[in-house]
Design a protein around this ligand. Structure first.
Ligand code: NAD
Ligand code: IPM
Ligand code: MN
Length: 359
Protein backbone atom coordinates (compact mmCIF):
# COMPACT_ATOMS: atom_id res chain seq x y z
CA UNK A 1 0.00 0.00 0.00
CA UNK A 2 0.96 3.65 -0.30
CA UNK A 3 0.91 5.90 2.74
CA UNK A 4 2.00 9.41 3.62
CA UNK A 5 3.60 9.61 7.03
CA UNK A 6 4.46 12.99 8.49
CA UNK A 7 7.47 12.83 10.80
CA UNK A 8 7.81 15.51 13.48
CA UNK A 9 11.24 14.93 15.06
CA UNK A 10 10.99 17.93 17.42
CA UNK A 11 13.65 18.64 20.02
CA UNK A 12 16.25 16.98 22.24
CA UNK A 13 16.27 13.22 21.74
CA UNK A 14 13.17 13.58 19.52
CA UNK A 15 15.14 13.55 16.24
CA UNK A 16 17.31 10.67 17.49
CA UNK A 17 14.45 8.33 18.38
CA UNK A 18 12.38 9.41 15.37
CA UNK A 19 15.23 8.57 12.97
CA UNK A 20 15.66 5.17 14.63
CA UNK A 21 11.95 4.42 14.30
CA UNK A 22 11.82 5.56 10.68
CA UNK A 23 14.71 3.21 9.86
CA UNK A 24 12.64 0.30 11.19
CA UNK A 25 9.50 1.45 9.35
CA UNK A 26 11.45 1.74 6.09
CA UNK A 27 12.74 -1.80 6.44
CA UNK A 28 9.27 -3.15 7.19
CA UNK A 29 7.88 -1.26 4.19
CA UNK A 30 10.64 -2.66 1.96
CA UNK A 31 10.00 -6.23 3.03
CA UNK A 32 6.26 -5.99 2.63
CA UNK A 33 6.27 -4.05 -0.60
CA UNK A 34 4.70 -0.88 0.79
CA UNK A 35 5.47 2.61 -0.39
CA UNK A 36 5.66 4.91 2.60
CA UNK A 37 6.38 8.56 1.87
CA UNK A 38 8.01 10.33 4.79
CA UNK A 39 7.59 14.07 5.07
CA UNK A 40 9.48 15.87 7.83
CA UNK A 41 8.00 18.97 9.45
CA UNK A 42 8.91 21.27 12.31
CA UNK A 43 7.18 21.30 15.68
CA UNK A 44 8.12 22.51 19.15
CA UNK A 45 11.28 24.42 19.97
CA UNK A 46 12.86 24.01 16.56
CA UNK A 47 9.69 25.42 14.99
CA UNK A 48 9.85 28.42 17.33
CA UNK A 49 13.46 28.99 16.26
CA UNK A 50 12.74 28.61 12.55
CA UNK A 51 9.23 30.03 12.22
CA UNK A 52 8.47 31.82 15.49
CA UNK A 53 5.58 29.37 16.00
CA UNK A 54 5.66 25.96 17.76
CA UNK A 55 3.01 24.66 15.34
CA UNK A 56 3.41 26.35 11.95
CA UNK A 57 0.29 26.23 9.76
CA UNK A 58 2.19 24.14 7.22
CA UNK A 59 2.90 21.51 9.90
CA UNK A 60 -0.72 21.23 11.02
CA UNK A 61 -1.92 21.12 7.41
CA UNK A 62 0.60 18.39 6.54
CA UNK A 63 -0.63 16.39 9.55
CA UNK A 64 -4.24 16.80 8.46
CA UNK A 65 -3.38 15.62 4.96
CA UNK A 66 -1.30 12.66 6.13
CA UNK A 67 -2.30 9.07 6.78
CA UNK A 68 -0.43 9.12 10.08
CA UNK A 69 1.97 11.25 12.12
CA UNK A 70 5.07 10.06 13.97
CA UNK A 71 6.40 12.42 16.63
CA UNK A 72 9.65 12.40 18.59
CA UNK A 73 9.41 14.87 21.46
CA UNK A 74 9.30 18.61 22.05
CA UNK A 75 10.72 21.00 24.60
CA UNK A 76 13.96 21.72 26.36
CA UNK A 77 15.84 24.17 28.54
CA UNK A 78 16.39 26.60 25.67
CA UNK A 79 12.66 27.36 25.56
CA UNK A 80 11.77 26.81 29.22
CA UNK A 81 11.91 30.36 30.56
CA UNK A 82 8.68 30.63 32.60
CA UNK A 83 8.16 34.10 31.16
CA UNK A 84 8.59 33.07 27.55
CA UNK A 85 5.72 34.19 25.31
CA UNK A 86 5.53 30.91 23.49
CA UNK A 87 6.55 27.37 24.43
CA UNK A 88 7.31 24.20 22.43
CA UNK A 89 4.67 22.26 24.39
CA UNK A 90 1.96 24.59 23.05
CA UNK A 91 2.70 23.23 19.59
CA UNK A 92 2.08 19.67 20.72
CA UNK A 93 -1.14 20.59 22.51
CA UNK A 94 -2.40 22.63 19.54
CA UNK A 95 -1.69 19.73 17.22
CA UNK A 96 -3.61 17.27 19.41
CA UNK A 97 -6.51 19.70 19.58
CA UNK A 98 -6.33 20.60 15.89
CA UNK A 99 -6.51 16.96 14.87
CA UNK A 100 -9.23 16.15 17.43
CA UNK A 101 -7.15 13.41 19.08
CA UNK A 102 -9.13 12.90 22.25
CA UNK A 103 -8.08 9.33 23.10
CA UNK A 104 -4.47 8.65 23.98
CA UNK A 105 -3.70 4.94 24.33
CA UNK A 106 -0.67 4.11 26.46
CA UNK A 107 0.00 0.38 26.77
CA UNK A 108 2.14 -0.85 29.65
CA UNK A 109 3.48 -4.38 29.37
CA UNK A 110 6.71 -5.06 31.25
CA UNK A 111 9.06 -7.24 29.25
CA UNK A 112 10.33 -10.36 31.04
CA UNK A 113 13.93 -9.63 29.95
CA UNK A 114 13.85 -6.09 31.36
CA UNK A 115 12.34 -6.78 34.79
CA UNK A 116 15.64 -5.95 36.46
CA UNK A 117 15.40 -2.40 35.14
CA UNK A 118 12.23 -1.83 37.16
CA UNK A 119 12.43 -0.68 40.78
CA UNK A 120 9.37 -2.87 41.47
CA UNK A 121 9.80 -6.47 42.67
CA UNK A 122 9.80 -8.83 39.66
CA UNK A 123 7.11 -11.14 41.05
CA UNK A 124 4.67 -8.23 40.96
CA UNK A 125 5.43 -7.52 37.31
CA UNK A 126 4.98 -10.84 35.54
CA UNK A 127 1.75 -10.88 33.58
CA UNK A 128 1.16 -7.13 33.83
CA UNK A 129 -0.71 -5.97 30.73
CA UNK A 130 -2.44 -2.61 31.02
CA UNK A 131 -3.69 0.02 28.60
CA UNK A 132 -4.21 3.50 29.99
CA UNK A 133 -6.69 5.57 27.99
CA UNK A 134 -5.85 9.18 28.67
CA UNK A 135 -8.30 11.92 27.65
CA UNK A 136 -6.14 14.23 25.55
CA UNK A 137 -7.94 17.36 24.41
CA UNK A 138 -9.76 18.65 27.47
CA UNK A 139 -9.48 19.34 31.18
CA UNK A 140 -7.08 21.67 32.91
CA UNK A 141 -4.67 21.62 29.95
CA UNK A 142 -7.11 23.46 27.74
CA UNK A 143 -9.21 25.56 30.14
CA UNK A 144 -8.85 29.31 30.38
CA UNK A 145 -5.61 30.49 31.95
CA UNK A 146 -5.18 33.76 33.79
CA UNK A 147 -2.17 35.51 35.23
CA UNK A 148 -2.05 38.75 37.16
CA UNK A 149 0.27 40.38 39.65
CA UNK A 150 -1.76 38.73 42.45
CA UNK A 151 -1.97 35.19 41.17
CA UNK A 152 -2.79 32.79 38.37
CA UNK A 153 -5.46 30.24 37.47
CA UNK A 154 -6.04 27.27 35.18
CA UNK A 155 -9.64 26.23 34.59
CA UNK A 156 -10.48 22.52 34.50
CA UNK A 157 -13.62 21.96 32.49
CA UNK A 158 -15.16 19.03 30.61
CA UNK A 159 -18.31 18.81 28.54
CA UNK A 160 -20.57 15.75 28.71
CA UNK A 161 -19.74 14.96 25.08
CA UNK A 162 -15.99 15.09 25.73
CA UNK A 163 -16.30 12.66 28.61
CA UNK A 164 -18.70 10.33 26.82
CA UNK A 165 -16.54 9.81 23.74
CA UNK A 166 -13.35 8.92 25.58
CA UNK A 167 -15.23 6.67 28.02
CA UNK A 168 -16.88 4.83 25.13
CA UNK A 169 -13.47 4.34 23.56
CA UNK A 170 -12.17 2.85 26.82
CA UNK A 171 -15.23 0.63 27.32
CA UNK A 172 -14.90 -0.75 23.79
CA UNK A 173 -11.23 -1.48 24.39
CA UNK A 174 -11.99 -3.19 27.72
CA UNK A 175 -14.62 -5.32 25.98
CA UNK A 176 -12.03 -6.47 23.41
CA UNK A 177 -9.55 -7.26 26.18
CA UNK A 178 -10.32 -8.74 29.60
CA UNK A 179 -13.58 -6.89 30.23
CA UNK A 180 -12.39 -4.80 33.17
CA UNK A 181 -12.34 -1.01 33.22
CA UNK A 182 -11.08 1.18 36.04
CA UNK A 183 -12.06 4.82 35.80
CA UNK A 184 -9.75 7.09 37.74
CA UNK A 185 -10.88 10.46 39.08
CA UNK A 186 -10.91 12.76 42.09
CA UNK A 187 -14.67 12.68 42.65
CA UNK A 188 -14.26 13.40 46.36
CA UNK A 189 -13.09 16.92 45.45
CA UNK A 190 -13.64 17.87 41.81
CA UNK A 191 -16.97 18.58 40.12
CA UNK A 192 -15.56 17.52 36.74
CA UNK A 193 -14.74 14.15 38.34
CA UNK A 194 -18.26 13.76 39.72
CA UNK A 195 -19.65 14.38 36.24
CA UNK A 196 -17.10 11.91 34.83
CA UNK A 197 -18.14 9.25 37.36
CA UNK A 198 -21.87 9.76 36.66
CA UNK A 199 -21.32 9.37 32.94
CA UNK A 200 -19.12 6.31 33.39
CA UNK A 201 -21.84 4.64 35.47
CA UNK A 202 -24.54 5.48 32.94
CA UNK A 203 -22.59 4.33 29.89
CA UNK A 204 -21.48 1.19 31.72
CA UNK A 205 -25.05 0.33 32.74
CA UNK A 206 -26.73 1.17 29.44
CA UNK A 207 -24.14 0.24 26.81
CA UNK A 208 -21.51 -2.05 28.35
CA UNK A 209 -23.19 -4.21 31.01
CA UNK A 210 -20.69 -6.96 30.13
CA UNK A 211 -17.72 -4.79 31.19
CA UNK A 212 -16.88 -4.68 34.90
CA UNK A 213 -16.49 -1.04 35.88
CA UNK A 214 -14.75 0.19 39.00
CA UNK A 215 -13.88 3.69 40.14
CA UNK A 216 -10.65 4.63 41.88
CA UNK A 217 -9.47 7.94 43.25
CA UNK A 218 -6.28 9.17 41.61
CA UNK A 219 -4.22 9.44 44.78
CA UNK A 220 -4.76 5.88 45.92
CA UNK A 221 -4.57 4.70 42.32
CA UNK A 222 -0.93 5.77 42.13
CA UNK A 223 -0.30 3.42 45.05
CA UNK A 224 -2.37 0.47 43.77
CA UNK A 225 -0.69 0.70 40.38
CA UNK A 226 2.64 -0.16 41.97
CA UNK A 227 1.31 -2.56 44.61
CA UNK A 228 -0.90 -4.76 42.39
CA UNK A 229 -0.36 -3.84 38.74
CA UNK A 230 -1.42 -7.28 37.50
CA UNK A 231 -5.01 -6.62 38.57
CA UNK A 232 -5.57 -3.89 35.99
CA UNK A 233 -6.70 -4.20 32.40
CA UNK A 234 -7.93 -0.89 30.95
CA UNK A 235 -7.61 2.31 32.97
CA UNK A 236 -9.37 5.46 31.75
CA UNK A 237 -8.79 8.91 33.12
CA UNK A 238 -8.75 12.61 32.38
CA UNK A 239 -5.91 14.45 30.76
CA UNK A 240 -3.57 15.42 33.59
CA UNK A 241 -4.16 12.36 35.76
CA UNK A 242 -3.35 10.22 32.72
CA UNK A 243 -0.16 12.14 32.04
CA UNK A 244 1.14 11.57 35.55
CA UNK A 245 -0.13 8.03 35.98
CA UNK A 246 1.60 6.83 32.81
CA UNK A 247 5.03 8.22 33.68
CA UNK A 248 4.60 6.33 36.94
CA UNK A 249 3.50 3.24 35.01
CA UNK A 250 6.67 3.40 32.92
CA UNK A 251 8.53 2.26 36.01
CA UNK A 252 6.66 -1.04 35.82
CA UNK A 253 8.26 -1.53 32.41
CA UNK A 254 11.61 -0.28 33.70
CA UNK A 255 12.11 2.86 31.60
CA UNK A 256 10.23 5.79 30.14
CA UNK A 257 12.00 4.79 26.95
CA UNK A 258 9.79 1.71 26.60
CA UNK A 259 6.28 3.18 26.55
CA UNK A 260 4.66 3.97 23.18
CA UNK A 261 1.40 5.75 22.56
CA UNK A 262 -1.29 6.31 19.97
CA UNK A 263 -3.44 9.42 19.94
CA UNK A 264 -6.69 8.79 18.14
CA UNK A 265 -9.80 10.76 17.32
CA UNK A 266 -12.74 10.75 14.99
CA UNK A 267 -10.66 11.28 11.85
CA UNK A 268 -8.42 8.62 10.35
CA UNK A 269 -5.16 10.37 11.11
CA UNK A 270 -3.52 9.47 14.39
CA UNK A 271 -0.37 10.73 16.09
CA UNK A 272 2.10 8.17 17.37
CA UNK A 273 4.74 9.11 19.89
CA UNK A 274 6.70 7.79 22.85
CA UNK A 275 5.26 8.98 26.16
CA UNK A 276 8.62 10.40 27.22
CA UNK A 277 9.91 13.88 26.56
CA UNK A 278 12.96 15.38 24.93
CA UNK A 279 15.30 14.15 27.71
CA UNK A 280 17.67 17.16 27.67
CA UNK A 281 20.01 15.34 30.07
CA UNK A 282 20.95 12.77 27.42
CA UNK A 283 20.12 14.64 24.18
CA UNK A 284 22.78 14.72 21.47
CA UNK A 285 24.65 11.72 22.85
CA UNK A 286 22.98 9.07 20.71
CA UNK A 287 22.14 6.94 23.74
CA UNK A 288 18.36 7.38 24.04
CA UNK A 289 16.23 4.26 24.05
CA UNK A 290 14.32 4.16 20.73
CA UNK A 291 12.01 1.24 21.62
CA UNK A 292 9.10 3.44 22.77
CA UNK A 293 9.13 5.24 19.42
CA UNK A 294 9.63 2.01 17.46
CA UNK A 295 6.69 0.45 19.31
CA UNK A 296 4.71 3.60 18.49
CA UNK A 297 5.27 2.85 14.80
CA UNK A 298 3.70 -0.57 15.37
CA UNK A 299 0.65 1.22 16.76
CA UNK A 300 0.73 3.50 13.70
CA UNK A 301 0.69 0.54 11.33
CA UNK A 302 -2.17 -1.06 13.26
CA UNK A 303 -4.43 1.90 13.98
CA UNK A 304 -3.90 4.26 11.04
CA UNK A 305 -2.87 1.95 8.20
CA UNK A 306 -4.67 -1.26 9.21
CA UNK A 307 -1.44 -3.25 8.73
CA UNK A 308 -1.82 -5.70 11.59
CA UNK A 309 0.73 -8.25 10.35
CA UNK A 310 3.39 -5.58 9.93
CA UNK A 311 2.59 -4.11 13.35
CA UNK A 312 3.00 -7.54 14.89
CA UNK A 313 6.33 -7.94 13.07
CA UNK A 314 7.69 -4.85 14.78
CA UNK A 315 6.38 -5.90 18.18
CA UNK A 316 7.86 -9.36 17.82
CA UNK A 317 11.18 -7.86 16.70
CA UNK A 318 11.33 -5.56 19.75
CA UNK A 319 10.39 -8.50 21.94
CA UNK A 320 13.21 -10.57 20.44
CA UNK A 321 15.72 -7.73 20.67
CA UNK A 322 14.90 -7.32 24.36
CA UNK A 323 15.21 -11.07 24.88
CA UNK A 324 18.67 -10.80 23.30
CA UNK A 325 19.46 -8.04 25.84
CA UNK A 326 19.85 -5.42 23.15
CA UNK A 327 19.70 -2.70 25.80
CA UNK A 328 20.46 1.01 25.82
CA UNK A 329 21.86 2.62 28.97
CA UNK A 330 18.50 3.18 30.68
CA UNK A 331 18.04 -0.61 30.73
CA UNK A 332 21.58 -1.27 31.91
CA UNK A 333 23.06 -1.89 28.47
CA UNK A 334 25.59 -0.17 26.24
CA UNK A 335 23.88 0.08 22.85
CA UNK A 336 23.51 3.39 21.08
CA UNK A 337 20.12 4.50 19.77
CA UNK A 338 21.08 3.44 16.25
CA UNK A 339 22.43 0.08 17.40
CA UNK A 340 19.20 -0.66 19.26
CA UNK A 341 17.22 0.12 16.09
CA UNK A 342 19.54 -2.15 14.13
CA UNK A 343 18.93 -4.90 16.68
CA UNK A 344 15.19 -4.58 16.06
CA UNK A 345 15.72 -4.76 12.31
CA UNK A 346 17.96 -7.80 12.76
CA UNK A 347 15.20 -9.49 14.75
CA UNK A 348 12.36 -8.78 12.32
CA UNK A 349 10.81 -12.24 12.02
CA UNK A 350 11.35 -13.90 8.66
CA UNK A 351 7.92 -15.51 8.69
CA UNK A 352 6.15 -12.13 8.77
CA UNK A 353 7.43 -11.57 5.27
CA UNK A 354 6.26 -14.99 4.12
CA UNK A 355 2.88 -14.65 5.85
CA UNK A 356 2.33 -11.38 4.05
CA UNK A 357 3.14 -12.89 0.67
CA UNK A 358 0.64 -15.67 1.34
CA UNK A 359 -2.22 -13.27 2.20
P1 NAD B 1 11.64 13.43 29.95
O1 NAD B 1 10.65 12.39 29.66
O2 NAD B 1 12.19 14.17 28.81
O3 NAD B 1 12.87 12.77 30.75
C1 NAD B 1 12.72 12.21 32.04
C2 NAD B 1 13.89 11.26 32.34
O4 NAD B 1 13.74 10.08 31.57
C3 NAD B 1 15.25 11.86 31.96
O5 NAD B 1 16.20 11.45 32.90
C4 NAD B 1 15.52 11.24 30.61
O6 NAD B 1 16.89 11.11 30.30
C5 NAD B 1 14.85 9.89 30.73
N1 NAD B 1 14.38 9.42 29.42
C6 NAD B 1 13.29 9.88 28.76
N2 NAD B 1 13.19 9.27 27.58
C7 NAD B 1 14.21 8.41 27.48
C8 NAD B 1 14.64 7.50 26.48
N3 NAD B 1 13.98 7.33 25.33
N4 NAD B 1 15.77 6.79 26.71
C9 NAD B 1 16.44 6.92 27.87
N5 NAD B 1 16.09 7.76 28.85
C10 NAD B 1 14.98 8.51 28.66
O7 NAD B 1 10.96 14.42 30.99
P2 NAD B 1 11.45 15.87 31.53
O8 NAD B 1 12.91 15.86 31.74
O9 NAD B 1 10.54 16.16 32.66
O10 NAD B 1 11.08 16.87 30.34
C11 NAD B 1 12.03 17.37 29.41
C12 NAD B 1 11.31 18.16 28.33
O11 NAD B 1 10.49 17.28 27.55
C13 NAD B 1 10.36 19.23 28.87
O12 NAD B 1 10.52 20.37 28.05
C14 NAD B 1 8.98 18.64 28.68
O13 NAD B 1 7.98 19.59 28.49
C15 NAD B 1 9.20 17.82 27.44
N6 NAD B 1 8.25 16.71 27.28
C16 NAD B 1 7.79 16.50 26.02
C17 NAD B 1 6.95 15.42 25.77
C18 NAD B 1 6.48 15.19 24.38
O14 NAD B 1 7.00 15.80 23.45
N7 NAD B 1 5.49 14.35 24.16
C19 NAD B 1 6.63 14.54 26.79
C20 NAD B 1 7.14 14.79 28.07
C21 NAD B 1 7.96 15.88 28.31
C1 IPM C 1 3.18 14.01 27.26
C2 IPM C 1 3.83 15.31 27.68
C3 IPM C 1 2.97 16.49 27.28
C4 IPM C 1 1.66 16.39 28.06
C5 IPM C 1 3.58 17.87 27.47
C6 IPM C 1 4.92 17.99 26.81
C7 IPM C 1 2.67 18.95 26.98
O1 IPM C 1 4.12 15.30 29.03
O2 IPM C 1 2.92 13.83 26.06
O3 IPM C 1 2.95 13.15 28.11
O4 IPM C 1 1.61 16.80 29.23
O5 IPM C 1 0.69 15.90 27.49
MN1 MN D 1 3.83 13.38 29.96
Amino acid sequence: MQANIVVLPGDGIGPEVAAAAVSVLKEVARRHGHEFRFEERDIGGIAIDRHGNPLPDATLQACKDADAVLLGAVGGPKWSDPNAKVRPEQGLLAMRKGLGLYANLRPVKPHPAALDASPIKPHLLTGVDIVVVRELTGGIYFGEKTRSADGASDLCSYSVAEIERVLRHAFRLARERRGFLVSVDKANVLETSRLWRDIANRIGREEFPDVRLEHQLIDSMTMHLLAKPREYDVIVTENMFGDILTDEASMLAGSLGLLPSASLGEGKVGVYEPIHGSAPDIAGKGIANPYATILSTAMLLRHSLGLEAEAACIERAVDAALNAKAFTGDLGGKLSTGEAAQAVIAHLPADCYVAELRD
